[in-house]
Write a protein that binds this ligand. Structure first.
Ligand SMILES: Nc1nc2c(c(=O)[nH]1)N[C@H]1C(S)=C(S)[C@@H](COP(=O)(O)O)O[C@H]1N2
Ligand SMILES: [Mo]
Length: 316
C-alpha cells in the first residue's frame, strides 16, 4: 500500500541503504515459482486475539518522550520488514502472515522451557504504553507509542541457568508467506541477540501494540522486540523463539555484513557507518533533521551496561 504524496515518501526512492546492501548481495533472483507463490498467496481472515480486549494500556509514567509523536500513518506505512520485500512499503505484502494463533517457544539453558500461544503469554504480563525514539541505522527516526511489557518478563518466566549469557530471538520462517525468504543467499530466519544484562535492562521491551491498537503485521505482529538505544535492526519482528544460550549468537545482519551491522549496534553520532554519517537523522513525518544522540538519548539507562567492553565495536 502506498501513501503517495506523503512527505516521508517524497524524500527517497524505494531503495534505502539497508535495501541497497541487500541488492548488492543478491546473486540470484527469485525463482518464478516463489514469485508466483507470493503473488497468489491470500490474506488470512483476522482471528480474534487476546490483545484485542487488552487495549489501550495505561501509559508508563517513566517512559515517555518530549518529542511529538510520528504520525501513525508513517509508523504503520513506512517500514523495514525484509521478509516481505526490500522497499519501505510492505504493509500489503505482510498481510499474508497469519499472526493468530501464534506459538512462542522459550528454550535453551533454562529451568522452565515453555511453549505457549502469545495469547497465553499475555495473560502472564501487565501491558503498558511507552513512548520511545526509534533510530534506524539508515539515519531516519520516529517517535512511537508502543504497547507491551518488559523483555525481563520472559527471563523471569524461563529462569535461565547460570551458563546462559545471551538471549537469542528468532523471527518466523515461512517462505510461502514471506517472499524474500525464498532467496537462499540470506541467512533466514532473521535472528537477533542481546546479552542477559541488556535483555533485563528496564528499557528492553516486547511490543504487542502501537498507537493503542494491536500491532499491525508490518510492524512485527504479534510480538516484536524494541530496544531503543540500539539501531532499529536489533528490534526483531514477529518473534517465534526466545533461546537462552551460552555463546553470542550470530545475527542475521552480522552474517550478511559484519563490518556494517555488528552485534552491539548501539546508537552513536560520532561513529559513522562505513557508507554514511550517523551524526544526524531525518524525523519521518515532519522531515526535519535532528542531531543523533549517544545511545539514542538513553545513556542514563544503558551506558553502564558497557563498562569494561570498551575494546568491542559497541557502536556498529
Ligand atoms: N524480522 C525482521 N525484523 C526487523 C526487520 C526485518 O527486516 N525483519 N527490520 C528491522 C529494521 S532495519 C528496522 S529499522 C525496524 C523497523 O521497524 P518498524 O517497521 O516497525 O519501524 O525493524 C527491524 N526488525
Ligand atoms: Mo533499520
Amino acid at each position: 500500500m502506498r501513501f503517495l504524496g506523503r512527505s516521508w515518501e517524497m524524500r527517497e526512492a524505494e531503495t534505502t541503504p539497508e535495501a541497497l546492501f541487500f541488492e548488492r548481495r543478491r546473486l540470484i533472483g527469485f525463482g518464478a515459482g516463489a514469485l508466483a507463490a507470493g503473488l497468489l498467496g491470500r490474506a488470512h481472515p483476522a482471528r480474534a486475539a487476546a490483545i484485542d480486549g487488552m487495549l489501550p494500556a495505561a501509559p508508563s509514567a517513566a517512559f515517555h518522550a518530549a518529542e511529538a509523536l510520528t504520525p501513525e500513518k508513517a509508523v504503520t506505512g513506512y517500514n523495514n520488514f525484509y521478509e516481505f520485500g526490500f522497499s519501505k512499503y510492505v504493509q500489503s505484502a505482510s498481510q499474508k502472515l497469519k499472526t493468530s494463533p501464534w506459538t512462542i517457544t522459550i528454550d535453551g539453558l533454562v529451568e522452565k522451557p515453555l511453549t505457549l500461544d502469545v495469547d497465553d503469554l499475555l495473560k502472564k504480563v501487565a501491558l503498558e504504553e511507552r513512548i520511545y525514539r526509534h533510530r534506524c541505522v539508515e539515519a531516519w527516526s520516529m517517535v512511537v507509542p508502543w504497547t507491551g511489557f518488559p523483555l525481563a518478563e520472559i527471563v523471569k518466566l524461563a529462569e535461565p541457568k547460570a551458563e546462559a549469557k545471551y538471549l537469542r530471538m528468532e523471527t518466523f520462517l515461512d517462505p510461502k508467506v514471506a517472499r524474500s525468504q525464498n532467496a537462499p543467499q540470506y541467512p533466514w530466519p532473521y535472528v537477533e541477540g542481546l546479552t542477559m544484562a541488556e535483555a533485563t535492562n528496564e528499557l528492553a521491551f516486547l511490543a504487542v501494540g502501537v498507537f493503542g491498537k494491536p500491532m499491525p503485521t508490518q510492524n512485527g505482529a504479534p510480538i516484536r522486540l524494541v530496544v531503543p538505544w540500539k539501531y532499529g535492526f536489533k528490534s526483531a519482528k514477529s518473534i517465534v523463539r526466545f533461546s537462552f544460550v551460552a555463546k553470542r549468537p550470530e545475527t542475521f545482519w552480522e552474517a550478511l555484513g559484519p563490518d556494517e551491522y555488528g552485534f552491539w549496534a548501539n546508537v552513536n553520532p560520532k561513529v559513522a557507518h562505513p557508507r554514511w554519517s550517523q551524526a544526524s537523522e531525518r524525523r519521518v513525518g515532519p522531515e526535519d533533521s535532528v542531531p543523533t544522540r549517544l545511545f539514542n538519548g538513553y545513556a542514563e539507562q544503558v551506558a553502564g551496561l558497557y563498562k569494561g567492553l570498551e575494546k568491542e565495536a559497541l557502536f556498529m
